[in-house]
Write a protein that binds this ligand. Structure first.
Ligand code: M3P
Ligand code: FE
Length: 304
């Protein structure tokens, strides 16, 4: 259904709370673990979508896709096992207010989970005659609507491509290939009408984290996020620009532990019959940042 949960490692939980809670404005929805913070964005119903855990190394601990039905888990387990991956069972309740999960390590080195159930606490509005905006203060900071997508790095992205298309039945929306030998440099995958839910970028090492992206409503909100980033001296990677890939308007910045964050808005609707788009590296500036068509080495090299 979607990337429903991402767990990032951070050095310091108080700094992380200031960044993700106060500055970005995510809502802390579950308390109880001493070494973890749980957040959701304003228009998400599930109790949490971002988990931050205290650690000595930044990066991604695991990510989890939500699927429609509990019976999907058996189907995926069978297919993943046949593919050659080892699938573990995580009992219901291991993760707070969540149903059972399956967990496996992808060929890229990333730890992935799938679950079908997590408690819903709503988006601050009732489901009957909901109105259009929640109470004052519910939408704050950078005014994030939802967790949208993640981009992960690895030396092994082609077998992930095969698993996500053949087993999870997701579509490739776009690919960036080498103009010299057509090696896949980046692969964008969608299981919905978003331009991507997850993407993989070719990197020398496995199990790397490139960015987590939060959806905003408008370019006005993107500019407002940029104002907050400047006001609070948040480290910027790329200030407002537009991706060629996905056509989203974007700002990249870093959390206090060096994990890259993105706020973005716009992009196209991906229908099941939308043709796959291909970019090649002769246009890498335009593919990544289409306002100045300028390739940025830091964007390709800096991962946690
Ligand atoms: C995005 C996006 C690359 C492009 C990344 C694009 C790695 O992050 O949100 O569209 O070429
Ligand atoms: Fe992105």
């Amino acid at each position: 259904m979607r990337v429903g949960e991402v767990c990032l490692r951070v050095f310091d939980l108080d700094e992380a709370r200031r960044h993700y809670g106060e500055r970005i404005g995510l809502i802390e929805t579950h308390k109880g673990d001493r070494d973890k913070l749980y957040y959701k964005a304003s228009d998400e119903h599930d109790i949490y979508s971002l988990v931050l855990m205290q650690s000595d190394t930044p990066g991604i601990e695991y990510f989890a896709f939500k699927t429609y039905a509990d019976s999907d888990l058996e189907r995926f387990e069978k297919a993943l096992t046949e593919y050659g991956l080892t699938v573990e069972h995580i009992p219901a309740g291991t993760y707070p207010r969540s149903g059972r999960r399956i967990q496996f390590r992808l060929p890229s080195g990333h730890l992935m989970q799938i679950y079908a159930q997590k408690d819903q606490i709503g988006n601050g509005m009732p489901t009957h005659n909901p109105g259009t905006i929640p109470d004052e203060g519910y939408i704050r900071g950078m005014r994030v609507i939802r967790l949208d997508h993640i981009l992960l790095g690895s030396s092994e992205i082609m077998r992930n491509r095969e698993i996500f298309t053949s087993i999870f039945e997701m579509s490739i929306s776009e690919e960036l290939i080498s103009h010299e030998d057509e090696t896949r440099i980046a692969i964008f995958l969608t299981g919905s009408n978003k331009p991507h839910d997850i993407a993989f970028v070719l990197q020398p090492d496995g199990n790397r984290f490139h960015h987590i992206s939060f959806l905003l409503e408008s370019v006005n909100d993107l500019f407002h996020a940029g104002d907050l980033i400047g006001k609070y001296n948040i480290a910027v990677d790329v200030s407002p620009n537009r991706h060629g890939v996905t056509r989203g308007a974007t700002i990249y910045f870093f959390d206090p532990s060096g994990n890259r964050n993105e706020v973005f808005t716009g992009g196209y609707v991906h229908y099941p019959d939308t043709p796959q788009l291909t970019w090649d590296t002769s246009q890498i500036g335009r593919a990544t940042f289409s306002h100045d068509n300028m390739p940025r080495q830091s964007f390709l090299d800096v991962l946690t």
